[in-house]
Design a protein around this ligand. Sequence first.
Ligand code: ZN
Length: 1125
Amino acid sequence: MTAPLSLSSGLEVLLSTLQNAGDVESTLHILNVLDELLSAGTDRRIHYMISKGGSEALLSALVTTARSFSPNYTLLLPLLHLLAKVGQRDRRIGMKADEAGAVLLTLNLLRKNDQHANRAAACLWVIQVFCSSVSTANLIGENQGLDVIYHLIPHYATTNQHTIKAAIDAFAALLCTKANVCWVVSKGYIFGLLRLYEDWHSNGAQHDAIPIRHSLLRCLHKVTNSTAGRQAFMLHGGIRVLYESTQTCLLGKGLESLVEPSLQLMRKCLPTTPLPLTSDQSAYTFPLPGRAHTVPDIEPEADMRSEASDDDEEAEDNPKPDYDDDLETDLNKLRFLPDPDRPNELLPQYSRLCPELSHDFQELDLSSEPEEGSTASSSSSDDEAVLLNTSSFGSSRRDRRRSSASWDWSTSSSGSHSETEPDTAAASHLKACDFHSDSSILSTSPSFRTMVREARGKAPPGQRGDELDDEEDAEESHHGTMIDTLLERHGVCIPHHEPRLYHAAAAKTKSIPGFSILAFPDFWGHLPPPGHEPMAPRKPNVQRQKVFEDVQRFLNPDDIIDQVVFDLEDSSLQCPSDSLRFYSKFECGNLRKAVQVRRYEYDLILNADANCNQHTQWFYFEVSNMVPSTPYRFNVINCEKSNSQFNYGMQPVLYSVREALEGRPHWVRSGTEICYYRNHYCPARGRRRTTFYTLTFTITFKHSEDVCYLAYHYPYTYSALKANLKLLQRSVDPTKVFFQQQVLCSTLAGNSCPVVTITACPASRSWRDMHQLRNRPYIVLTCRVHPGESNASWVMKGTLEFLCSSEPVAQSLREAFIFKIIPMLNPDGVINGTNRCDLNGEDLNRQWSKPDPVLSPTIYHTKGFLYYLNSIGRTPLVFCDYHGHSRKKNVFLYGCSLKETLWQSGSSVNTMGLKEDPGYRTLPKTLDSIAPAFSFNSCNYLVEKSRSSTARVVVWREMGVLRSYTMESTHNGCDQGIYKGLQTGTRELQEMGLKFCHSLLSLTKDMKALYSTRTINHIDLDHKSHNCFEDDEPPCVEQIEYSTDWPLYNGTDLDSDVNSNMARADEKEEDNDEGHRGGTLSRGSNGQSQQSMKSYLLFPHPMRQTSSEKRSMCNSVSANGQIMS
Ligand SMILES: [Zn+2]
């Protein structure tokens, strides 16, 4: 290291000479040399010089020179220029300047030279770089620096624009402190800045003075970071000034660059507007057992809300700065935890959920299984009866608590595999087949209209349904005829869907508001449309256009209709005859309010999750009374996620009743001009520090007299699941397929949570066959813990239908495994249209560590059942929880690996002695090769602290299930494989469910090996794209968030400003200064080659010369000041 030292000594000599130089000549030479050196090559040289005390030397030289009675500007000017260049790369320049006493000195120099354009510019740049320190900026502010500089900014002028720009930039730099911003606001400078902007804009020609306009915008941007600044900005018509100037910018080429910063500024300054709601609390409240009736509107830790994790395994809204910090490094928390969270005595009750282990298959030769529900009436205990009655929730709380805490299955179902499905008063709310299709629906089809009316008239509320035990009864009801007629006339055959069955299932579904209406698509059914649906191309600047429209509302309030046309809580609401009609009071429906903004534009407000005041994202609503072929703009204004696949090609889905009746019963991806961006709304009560986002899309309806449904994603209701399971049960050959549907438990609202067993019946009742059956490994699949992730249900539908099919692979799988499937872990949430939570207002996938038997019964009992399987030595081979992902493309798995987690986290734990079976990688690898939508590269196997209470991690750690996964399916589509560029439809989602089953075959190849523990020899770690906290998208072309800070000043801009000033100085000016400038500061063509030579002189890189060479070169520079050649 002697070479760099001797090299660096050359620089040190230069710097030290600079500080102590007596004569102008040699100081000038040193400055020239330094400038030439620093102007070539990268910033690295400057940083090296800074590390060698370059800033201090320049500051010291500045102070010495400027303090003299008659400062020598021949020297000062290059000194200031160099200081500006070096200072902007020295983060501590502000403090250093303060220490050197250079700050006020520079300000004084500026005062003295305010008529001297080039000198003033040089001072202003230096002041600008000094402002990197807040205290220095304050010091300048306290000494009237802001006023001095502000008064240097003139109205439109054609001369000395570089100095004007330097002044504005210095002014902007000073606005980095609160005190300075306050000063500027109090002095009324915001008004002045706006007028200046207007003036420069209106007088400036097309391409003239764009940098100055940018700099003015930067000042406005900084000053509006304070509330007072924004208020002053609004008060002085800032929005209008910017809006109008931007409109002309859009017309002229070359001014484009001003549009985006202006738009950002407008977005930031639009006054925060509370949502037009009386309360942020969900319109649906549910009295929780053991709690007061109402949940307070404000949460104590409400302000921390945005920190809370969002989608299950999905990225958080505010990504943590360092993902690795979230990785679990405590070995004890990564190791198997064998002790159950409950007494062992509570486990045997779950034996009833393993009927296959006790079933004797006597009927093998005879007939089919007894249908579920056969013992329903006898097993319906008092507790349950009360529970299931929605009208008496309040009175039954105590009973409920007791009932759940002491769950005793032996008395309620005596080991039989029956589903208890008592009918309830709630069911009576459901008027059969009343689609809430407005009576005007399909007036072209009068008979249909009559039917709808008839159906309504004939269904006296509350009188029907006391005891429709199953679908057969429903068919016989007075609505049967109407349904029959409808189906006869318009029905199409949809596999695994039967409208009558759906209706019967829906009649038993219990919702908080007591839904009495079916959404048509759920009843009628959906077929995937023929052909693929490509992702929607994003129109350039679509967001810009939408924001302009939003700004116009503010500027021209008289043009805005602002009329509420739908309110979930006010059914008596009258709306104008020519407005759209909205409705959402049906299963999975979510729309709280619709406000007509313009003739063809509506703001939509989503209902928060039941019993809480957040998590809005999912929507599903009905719309009618449309004018065909007219674009309608819809704005969902209270979305909560910070980004969305809606910015990357995803479209919402639309279902037209009319299309369905014409034989095209499809949910189709629809909508144009889609984008998603942060807006200026805040919660109604204004207390939560919540940021809302607008999802905007435009729909052009095809038909008049139609009823359409719009949803975030393909809906899949609880009633659909129930109907689907019933059909599956009917579809299987009971001599081959053992299919049992049982009730895991009752939910808070009294809905049953189904658990399904699928395996192959034994070939015979021989000991051998029975033994084989009872020793098949278990595979446990769960789904839809998050209600907004309806895609997961479609994947599960694919899994269930495949496992029940007669495909040979399905038969092999049934013969190899016993499947235990809980297809909907959160029925209450799904029914009531929540996005994330259950009725408890909690994310159920954060309850697995210690689930509450009363408040989270489905999780409590799923976990209990898994404990039971463990207790009888039947730990599942695979556990997979199906989810949906709204911010990533493709389908992928999250798994758990102790070693990968420790390695990735950089833990010091020695993993050599740890054993881990790498088998957790088998399924993802297999899926990667067989499932087109699957992406292996998106998978990861890391255990995060923040996910310690999710199903995946708890089942892995506490149940010891090696292959414990979360399967995430995109809401959008794929960016790889044969589906690249396409949005997924239900066909692709169901296919994924099928492929998942296929992949399980890979586990049957060597069953013995599965249970042996092997030492890992090699795992190829592939973490390239594995940070699950990141979006997989490039940044959106338009800002989703409006930035709170202006982009950092670009160093090269200042450099070029400085360089041009230097050139100017050479050409003319400074005429009264003594001495003659040589040509040394202007770099000629031969200067370039000199630079490359000289760079070896002072900087250790590249280090090629011998030390004697270097010494002689350094000497020659410092001795005679001549440039080496
Ligand atoms: Zn999820």
